[in-house]
Design a protein around this ligand. Structure first.
Ligand SMILES: [Zn+2]
Length: 341
């Protein structure tokens, strides 16, 4: 992985390259940010640059033995720390104290091939307090050749003593256009669907890739949008049927709520002339908007945003789906039409 293959984060990439070119490489870093935005790729690119035998302006040469090993993920001095690495034989998704202790022992052994060695620790927020205390000694008295990169979604679980001894680098969500250009370069073809996926990815290339590769995502989106459209059509399904359909998405509630939110947002934009994301569904949007009261989109969007929050906080899925669609129904029809339910 090279810096030039990472989308976005120009400021971070240039700061990391500068630290390599000026030989001011820190002993401890925290790469904090949402999943799928490029924290791990940046850690790999940084490691490759640090260990490269002929780096130029902080960029790895790509041809030396160190670069070749880094690219093949076989470099003995780049260690991706997880429980399996140290034979803990645990299925725990949290990083165990034993893993950190083994890592610590190994850190004090000089590099095998390069002048330096790099430890990358994904999911570092799962390191518990005891293990962090164990790690603290490395942060306080690091061997001169060593760099540790903790990758985390948030730093709330870190001890202040860990935080104060590391360089904290914040990775923000990527702009929608950046995700879109990644998908265009790597998936091509369906431009309208790519635009929709980019909007649904919350600025995460990782989430966008999952959506593109998930064969059921497009069909699920189709079902969800059809269900919403049926609510606005007098000959459509009853509210009861719509509730039953959406109840089937309990294991994929996040995706469902994003689809619903994007749909209602597009209704608002469709009426106001804004930039819609469901480009492949313009006919359906037009017909949905024609069938609903003119002030409905704003209320529907508010409902979708609120219930996204409720579902995350309270999780009583069937009940919340019932309530959400009832609220939508109230916006779409006045009470005299409630016999349609
Ligand atoms: Zn190199």
């Amino acid at each position: 992985m090279d810096f030039n293959k990472i989308y976005g984060h120009d400021g971070i990439k240039s700061a990391l390259k500068n630290s390599v070119s000026s030989s001011k490489i820190g002993h401890a870093y925290i790469f904090e940010g949402p999943m799928g935005v490029g924290r791990f790729s940046s850690a790999l690119a940084f490691s490759k640059s640090i260990l490269c035998e002929n780096s130029h302006n902080g960029e790895p040469c790509g041809v030396c033995k160190s670069c070749t090993m880094a690219e093949g993920m076989t470099h003995p001095d780049i260690r991706i720390v997880n429980n399996e690495l140290y034979n803990e034989g645990s299925s725990s998704s949290d990083i165990l104290v034993g893993t950190i202790r083994e890592m610590k022992k190994e850190i004090y052994i000089k590099p095998f091939y390069s002048d330096r060695k790099v430890y990358i620790v994904p999911k570092a927020e799962t390191i518990n307090e005891t293990a962090q205390n164990s790690l603290l000694k490395v942060f306080e008295e690091p061997p001169p050749y060593c760099t540790v990169i903790l990758i985390t979604e948030n730093t709330n679980a870190f001890l202040p003593t860990i935080l104060s001894r590391a360089v904290n680098i914040r990775f923000n969500s990527l702009p929608r256009e950046t995700v879109e250009s990644y998908l265009n370069a790597n998936f091509g073809a369906d431009e309208a669907y790519i635009k929709t996926v980019s909007a649904m990815s919350d600025g995460s290339i990782g989430s966008a890739i999952s959506l593109m590769e998930d064969k059921s995502a497009e069909a699920d989106r189709e079902t969800i949008i059809k269900t919403l459209c049926s609510l606005s059509s007098s000959s459509g399904k009853t509210l009861y049927e719509a509730v039953n359909t959406l109840k089937g998405f309990s294991s994929n509630a996040d995706f469902m709520m994003k689809t619903i939110t994007m749909w209602f947002r597009d209704c608002l934009y469709f009426k106001e002339g804004g930039d819609i994301v469901n480009l492949d569904k313009q006919e359906e949007l037009k017909s949905f908007c024609k069938n609903i009261p003119s002030d409905a989109p704003l209320h529907l969007l508010d409902i979708a945003v609120r219930y996204t929050k409720y579902l995350k906080q309270r999780g009583k899925y069937p009940l919340l789906i019932n309530c959400m669609l009832l609220e939508c129904w109230e916006v779409l029809y006045d009470r005299s039409n409630w016999n349609k339910i």
